[in-house]
Design a protein around this ligand. Structure first.
Ligand SMILES: Cc1cc2nc3c(=O)[nH]c(=O)nc-3n(C[C@H](O)[C@H](O)[C@H](O)COP(=O)(O)O)c2cc1C
Length: 316
């Protein structure tokens, strides 16, 4: 019997629902044993977030310092699995702090020499985070074979309002003609197609080939217009994050003035640079069509955005 480990951390339960939908077909497969392990921070993060608490974890998130995590109750450090699914959310263009905590811990050995599938549910900016996770996975000796990404409904402008509102108030309801916050329930439901395809692939030992198993299922879709934004924002996050950490760690009062300054910088960026960028960037992208397309294909690896197998696994 093949053993699959599912690791995840979810604050509101959204990612947990994605994990449940994705893995339901695996659980139903009598040839597979699915073991779930929640990655829990020793000190829970607040939800909804206070504004200060929210921005105060940004430097540590960006630098992937991680946080202390509780000992696992379902698995031991040296256990071996045929496949690991690492489900994570994005905090400040980086994996959430509990996920970084896990990747920095001895438990990361669970991934060594093992095929790994990453599963992300976030607002819409995950590219830089996945690049950082890739580096960690490589250092651990894990074999990343697939990446699946679900994003919040409503597009970039709408989620710029709906996602932070959800994080800061706990309210997901539709307002001002905007859709509800979070990933569309149908998207979550349809994540079961990945589990179905995976179940078939595992029955044929395909995970041993170290090749993607979820191609043709529309696993990821890179939005070219967000790649540049992510790159610039991540660079600025690194600079500011480094500076803020010189004033202390999360929770230190000495960080408040510099955090406030950062907040003003962010605000001016949003008011001036973002609208300017919206005008200039499409022109730039048209002039660099080939490079933009190459980048899209690279960031969509290993699973890709093609959808020729979607029907096969949706009709079951
Ligand atoms: C502190 C914080 C920072 C976030 N930063 C990002 C981000 O950079 N990119 C993104 O797409 N989503 C971001 N999000 C949204 C999360 O990735 C995720 O969608 C949300 O937290 C709900 O996940 P969960 O309740 O399943 O944990 C952030 C959320 C939090 C709490």
């Amino acid at each position: 019997m093949k053993k699959i480990l599912v690791l995840y951390y979810s604050q509101t339960g959204q990612l947990t629902n994605v994990v449940k939908s994705f893995t339901a077909p695996l659980q139903a497969d009598e040839n597979l044993e699915v073991i779930y392990q929640n990655i829990e921070p020793k000190i829970p993060y607040p939800f909804p977030w206070g504004y200060l608490e929210f921005f105060d974890i940004f430097p540590e998130s960006v630098y992937m310092n991680g946080c202390p995590i509780k000992p696992f109750d379902n698995v031991k450090e040296n256990d071996k699995f045929d496949l690991v699914i690492l489900a994570y959310t994005i905090w400040f263009l980086s994996p959430s702090l509990p996920i970084s905590g896990f990747l920095n811990s001895n438990y990361a050995k669970l991934l060594t020499d093992t095929p790994v599938i990453t599963l992300i549910a976030c607002r819409n900016m995950w590219i830089m985070a996945q690049e950082k996770v890739k580096v960690k996975l490589k250092a651990i000796g894990a074999k990343l074979i697939d990446n699946v990404v679900l994003i919040d409904q409503g597009g970039n402008l709408a989620t710029f309002i709906t996602t932070p509102r959800w994080m800061w108030t706990g309210n997901k309801n539709a307002i001002l003609g905007l859709p509800k916050a979070g990933v569309h329930p149908d998207e979550i439901k349809n994540a079961s197609r990945f589990g179905m395809a995976l179940s078939d692939a595992l029955a044929n030992d395909l995970e041993k080939k170290e090749k993607p198993l979820l191609k043709g299922l529309e696993a990821v879709k890179v939005d070219n217009s967000l790649v540049g934004t992510e790159k610039i924002a991540h660079k600025s996050f690194k600079i500011w994050g480094g500076l803020i950490q010189k004033f202390g760690t999360t929770g230190d009062k000495a960080r408040i003035p510099i955090l406030a300054l950062y907040f003003l910088f962010l605000l001016s960026l949003i008011v001036i640079i973002v609208p300017l960028n919206t005008i200039i960037k499409p022109i730039f992208r048209k002039l660099n069509r080939k490079k933009v397309e190459e980048e899209r294909l690279y960031f969509e690896e290993p699973s890709g955005s093609e959808k020729e197998r979607v029907k096969e696994y949706m009709s079951e």
